[in-house]
Design a protein around this ligand. Structure first.
Ligand code: GP9
Ligand code: MN
Length: 577
């Protein structure tokens, strides 16, 4: 059935689109078809390249992030192959016919009934496509968490038209929103609030808060070896002197790092399309940063990249960071750079110099970069060997993770030297996956098991470390996600969040529900994992009847919808704190 659908869905679009040519006469018609054909080839190919890395399709909000494209240069080279020429050979051939051999193409006009019949057929095909798709996946167009299923069923081109429709709808939503929707949401989030553990609430009162985003770091590297060598020797030891969360998931969407920052600061979910840092940077938020500022904290974020990447310069102001130390605040040279920019070790070293100047107490967020796709490293920084598999990406991943591990070690040594370590709560978290589904064959080889959809969900775990001076810590296996960071950290610093509209709960709370939802609607609960329309037993990975998951599917959906409503309607502008 899926194969029929795959043939049908481009056909109806091509008939409707290229069919416009029927309304032109003579050579104009051929030129129209040629330009149309070239255009859709470009659209198709852009999606192919994007998909190779992100396993996802382009959305309109993404196209508006033009300032990001320049930085993507290093990645693009990895993603383009010589054989891609085949995507365009047909266009070249068509151009040859149109320009040089027009006699081979029919130039005669068509009668009105002929055109009408043509469009009836096209419409019928589109309708057939939609009905077949509906049997495969009900409510396909109303539940758009998973673009992959959408594109598979309606095709790349129809998908883009649908995406344009969603985009316009979102724009209209803010205009129409009023405060009424907020009370339901407030009741929902307030009912979910969990009492913090009394002994930990305020344990870090007045201390600095230092948060480090570990680029592309997934939990599977922690405690693991490659070629008999530890991948994260420092973090493995650090586990012993801090709280380590081994059931902590990233919840990011297309906005990658910026989505994880959004989750951290707001305890709201990012969007299913585009990066909320771009699409809703003017909204009213009530960030963790703003709360800390109200308590007298100096708030800063440090990242040695262009300040406009992910629209950070705009969004950080709105989230109430006092200062953004970006590319211009660092001495970046050819020696201390690799891949996407400044090497983590140099970045931390120079950042500590900035930190020494800051008023206390401060909240600082550091964003590392070396462990970013395509995972390049200079030979002198390679502390362990590459892995050997069919995926160059996975092979290179381990040495760059190892490098960042070293950078963290040196950073913490520096903090100790400056007397900051004992005076700060230190948080390290992985921002999102580093190894996409593209590399599952190699990943399966490394982990010694087949990467099923169930295993893929387990791979979305990212490490979280929380170090509290004077407390030994231990491993906590509470099912959780990045949305839980805001209440957890604020509570440690003795700041209440009971009245806030947030979707996360305190990770240390004894009453926590064992549940977390990922941005595509997949979820993990105590007993079940739900993904790709299938319900799995959490411990065994065995597929069970969907009915077991059903109540939680609704809960997960509700949660994401409420969060989306807040963002699309800019509802926090109506919130009286
Ligand atoms: C760029 C860095 C990486 O500044 O945050 O972004 P990513 O591609 O991981 O979202
Ligand atoms: Mn990232």
């Amino acid at each position: 059935m899926q194969e029929y659908i795959l043939i049908l869905n481009p056909l109806s679009f091509l008939m409707i689109g290229a069919g416009i040519g029927l309304f032109f006469t003579g050579r104009k018609r051929n030129y129209f078809v040629l330009i149309f054909h070239a255009f859709i080839s470009v659209v198709l190919y852009a999606n192919v390249v994007y998909y190779r890395e992100f396993f996802d399709f382009i959305t309109i909000p993404l196209l508006m992030q033009r300032s990001n494209f320049a930085d993507l240069g290093t990645s693009i080279r990895e993603l383009v192959n010589l054989t891609d020429i085949f995507y365009f050979l047909d266009t070249v051939f068509l151009a040859y016919l149109v320009v040089r051999k027009p006699v081979l193409l029919s130039l005669e006009g068509y009668s009105r009934p002929q055109k009408t019949a043509f469009y009836y057929i096209a419409a019928a095909l589109a309708f057939l496509n939609l009905s077949l798709a509906e049997t495969q996946r009900s409510e396909l167009l109303t539940r758009t968490f998973d673009r992959e299923i959408l594109v598979k069923n309606i095709g790349t081109y129809h998908y883009h038209i649908y995406d344009a429709f969603l985009h316009t709808k979102a724009k209209a939503q803010r205009a129409m929103a009023d405060g009424d929707e907020l009370s339901d949401i407030e009741n929902f989030t307030q009912a979910r609030y969990k009492q913090p553990t009394a002994t930990l609430f305020g344990i870090g009162k007045g201390k600095n808060l230092i948060v480090v985003s570990l680029e592309s770091t997934q939990s599977f590297v922690i405690g693991q070896k490659v070629n008999e060598q530890e991948i994260t020797p420092f973090l493995n030891d650090f586990k012993e002197e801090s709280f380590y969360f081994d059931e902590f998931y990233h919840q990011t969407g297309q906005g990658k790092t910026s989505d994880s920052e959004f989750l951290l600061d707001n305890s709201l979910y990012p969007l299913s399309r585009g990066a909320v840092f771009f699409t809703h940077a003017d909204n009213r938020y009530y960030s963790m940063t703003e709360k800390l500022k109200e308590k007298g904290y100096f708030t800063a974020t440090l990242h040695a990249n262009n300040k406009s990447f992910w629209n950070r310069d705009v969004m950080y102001g709105n989230l109430k960071y006092d200062r953004f130390y970006s590319l211009l605040d660092y001495q970046v040279t050819a020696q201390n750079s690799v891949g996407w920019g400044m090497k983590d070790i140099d970045f931390f070293y120079q950042s500590v110099q900035h930190m020494k100047q800051m008023p206390r107490p401060f909240y600082t967020k550091f964003i590392t970069l070396t462990n970013h796709f395509p995972f390049e490293l200079k030979p002198e920084d390679r502390l362990i060997d590459e892995y050997h598999s069919v995926s160059g990406t996975l092979n290179r991943y381990f040495p760059t993770v190892r490098y960042t591990d070293e950078a963290i070690k040196l950073f913490i040594e520096d903090l100790k030297k400056e007397g900051l370590y004992e005076d700060s709560i230190l948080v390290l978290y992985g921002d999102h996956y580093g190894i996409s589904e593209n590399h599952h064959e190699a990943m399966g080889q490394f982990l010694g098991k087949e990467i099923t959809p169930y295993e893929n969900i387990r791979l979305q775990r990212v490490p979280l470390f929380i170090h509290i001076p004077g407390i030994k810590g231990g491993t906590i296996s509470s099912i959780s996600g990045q949305v839980d960071l805001r209440p957890t950290l604020l509570h440690l610093l003795g700041i209440e969040t009971k009245e806030d509209i947030q979707f996360g709960t305190d990770l240390f709370s004894k009453q926590r529900d064992q549940f977390t939802v990922l941005r595509d609607g997949s979820f993990i609960s105590n007993d079940f994992i739900f993904t790709g329309g299938n319900c799995y037993q959490k411990d065994t990975g065995i597929v069970i009847e969907k009915a077991s998951c059903e109540p939680i599917i609704e809960q997960a959906k509700q949660e994401l919808e409420y969060s989306d409503q807040i963002i699309y309607g800019d509802l926090l502008r109506f919130y009286q704190k």
